[in-house]
Design a protein around this ligand. Structure first.
Ligand SMILES: [Zn+2]
Length: 66
């Protein structure tokens, strides 16, 4: 008799999340780095490293918003 003990903690957690309809916010608070450019996490627009805000959609990092 070999009883496999299932520790399905992850599954339970997954189920919990889907039951609650929980959606992880994709809102980023900083630029996405793309080689010599940085990319707006909101609209995906590429900008120079020196850019402080997105000229496409107006997004800026939270740290510089205040
Ligand atoms: Zn943008």
């Amino acid at each position: 008799m070999s009883q496999h003990m299932s520790l399905g903690n992850d599954d339970v957690f997954d189920e919990f999340l889907s039951q609650r309809g929980y959606d992880v916010p994709s809102e980023a608070s900083d630029w996405q780095r793309d080689r010599q450019k940085k990319q707006c996490p909101d609209c995906g627009g590429l900008h120079e490293i020196a850019a402080t805000e997105c000229t496409v959609c107006g997004w800026m990092p939270e740290s510089e918003a205040g």
